[in-house]
Design a protein around this ligand. Structure first.
Ligand SMILES: [Zn+2]
Length: 486
């Protein structure tokens, strides 16, 4: 991860720091003395609120501007006539510099401006193009500061397309059609789990997510959207953001699992736990799936500004309860596939399920580390049946009692029983054009001697043959690959 951190010009920052303490004391004594030293607009509180600092992070999925405060500020978004101006006001918040201006070199924003208006401190961020923006807030324990961050997400499609989708969703909502976001886990630089047979989780996730989405949309009973339709990297926060923006009635994240034990297999569903995970394995899994979170600096415990007012304790509990029902309905469907084991829903603290305003689940549709699971999933019949059953489960949850006549239900009924087995071969990566040359090790040979003999790089020879020490560990009679793939 490469990140650049830009701060308020250092000298100004230090000056502001010193001034902050001096002025804070002055403010408090002024208040005690009843002195009118302070701007009356800011004097309402006995603990003056200050915007202290700002930093800009250039992340792979976004540009994140962060504003630090000594107390939790109140946020007031301000509409500008210019769509490319992003404005937030912090009422009754003071700022010790007259104005602060930072120019930025990025495709998304080109400057941050902070200044005081009559009643507030205002931040104005100049965008170079319209993009999805998200406001977050939280508490930075290390700095002991509250903060508000504004994320400008890097586009992977035209903004007009996104806007068109939002208004399309609005139309569906008006007609009472439930909306579901199908999220293909991982993507781009984050491949997820891999199997020894060459399957990469991010690709499988997308393949399944697409099929489930098409299944649901073919019925007209619900409307499904994909979080990513291609091989893009989306931070976990952005998936949450999209589900909330779309006002989805359910959020389904599709994944495949892997385990050190090659015996572990089957279909699993997880939903958020407000406390501890169901078991140790679920906790470990949540930690693995959460790692993408850190690729994009999404701090745990951070709150989505648009959601937090709605996501009261009660709402969260209600969502967890609903997620359990949704999980059970889908498991009931999938458990009808005899040859494919599934287990009761489990709970763990998945980042991609936090901050969501709707029932949300994470499906681990199988184990890439298990031979039988992969063999099963590679069959076209089985793939179709699992995707159909997940789709039916979602529809049964969102539009109870309506799915019986859908074509996907009929398709399953018309299908021959599953259990088609596909023989597997371990993956052979590309490079098919290179002719394979092998050499049988003779007494007295060393890796470096062999490398010299064939005029190839020693490191390459070691790599092809999975050798870690140049010193030897080769045996007479052993077959070494000299060129081509092993
Ligand atoms: Zn995953």
């Amino acid at each position: 991860m490469l990140k650049q951190v830009k701060r308020i010009k250092q000298n100004k920052l230090q000056a502001a720091g010193v001034l902050y303490f001096v002025l804070l004391t002055a403010f408090i004594s002024a208040l005690l003395l009843g002195n009118a030293l302070i701007n009356p607009a800011f004097a309402a509180s006995s603990h003056p609120l200050f915007l202290l600092d700002c930093k800009i992070l250039f992340l792979s999925d976004s540009v994140k501007t962060v504003f630090y405060f000594n107390q939790q500020p109140h946020i007031t978004p301000v509409e500008s006539n210019n769509r490319l101006e992003f404005i937030l006001d912090f009422p009754r918040c003071d700022f010790l510099l007259k104005t602060y201006k930072e120019s930025v070199k990025d495709e998304l924003i080109n400057g941050v401006l902070i200044f005081k208006t009559e009643r507030a401190t205002r931040i104005l961020i100049r965008q170079l193009q319209m993009t999805q923006t998200r406001i977050m807030q939280g508490y930075d324990k290390a700095r002991k500061n509250f903060y508000v961050s504004v994320l400008f997400y890097r586009p992977y499609e035209r903004y007009s397309k996104y806007e068109a989708r939002l208004s399309e969703i609005n139309e569906y909502k008006k007609r009472g059609v439930p909306i579901v976001l199908i999220d293909a886990g991982h993507g781009g630089k984050d491949p997820g789990a891999k199997s020894v047979y060459g399957d990469i989780e991010k690709n499988l996730n997308l393949k399944f997510a697409r099929r489930i989405t098409n299944n649901i949309n073919s019925t007209g009973l619900c409307r499904a959207y994909l979080s990513r339709a291609g091989d893009q990297f989306l931070s976990l926060g952005r998936r949450v953001f999209l589900a909330n923006q779309y006002g989805a009635d359910a959020f389904i994240s599709i994944h495949f699992n892997a385990n050190k034990s090659k015996k572990v297999r089957g279909f699993e569903i997880y939903y958020l736990s407000s406390g501890t995970a169901s078991d140790k394995a679920s906790e470990i899994l949540a930690n693995i799936e959460n790692s993408a979170e850190f690729i994009d600096e999404n701090i745990a415990g951070e709150q989505d500004y648009q959601v937090q007012s709605i996501l009261l304790d009660l709402k969260e509990k209600e969502n967890i309860k609903e997620s359990a029902i949704l999980s059970t309905i889908i498991i009931d469907q999938v458990s009808k596939i005899e040859a494919y084991p599934s287990s009761p829903p489990k709970q763990a603290n998945f980042a991609v399920l936090r901050n969501l305003n709707m029932p949300s689940i994470l499906i681990e549709a199988g184990y890439l580390s298990n031979h039988d699971d992969i063999s099963f999933l590679r069959s076209g019949f089985n793939f179709e049946e699992i995707c159909a059953r997940i789709a039916i489960g979602i529809i049964n949850y969102l539009s109870p009692g309506k799915s019986a006549d859908c074509s996907i239900v009929k398709n399953i009924a018309a299908k021959p029983p599953a259990a088609e087995k596909i023989p597997l071969k371990a993956a052979k990566p590309a490079a098919k054009n290179i002719k394979k040359i092998e050499y049988i090790v003779k007494k007295g040979d060393t890796l470096s001697k062999i490398a010299k003999k064939f005029n190839i790089n020693l490191k390459k020879l070691m790599d092809i043959n999975n050798k870690t020490t140049a010193g030897g560990v080769i045996f007479p009679g052993e077959v070494l690959v000299i060129s081509g793939e092993r």
